[in-house]
Design a protein. Sequence first.
Length: 140
Amino acid sequence: MQDMPFSDSSFQKHLDQGRLMGCRCNSCQELYTPPRPLCPTCRLSRMEWVAMSGKGRLCAFTAITVPPPALKQEGFSRDNPYAVGVVELAEGTRVVARLLGLELSDPDSVALGQPMEVVFIKGGPDGSGDTVLGFQPAAE
């Protein structure tokens, strides 16, 4: 795992294997999700892979009623919106992901700050596409 480059394709490989990974700068100790090859804080490339817990809290969300073609094929539409949001992970980083298990017909029922947990969504109408990062309300 340590020999994988810090790239979108490596992040995707981890998702496909059911792992949410970030990276830590060995120089300044800053943590990032998704990973990046160069630390924005100290501008050094001394990164290491770090497994993230997959637990966090909902910071922001939006319901999308006009899906791109790939999500339209999965059945999303004006009558069946999907949600995307920002989750602050327990480790302190924030990540944008698809959200499942929210009552989008009543957006006021969605509580910012609610506990969330990672889910790995198989993409495509038949589930054969790339894995998409998602979060759902955490089981109590």
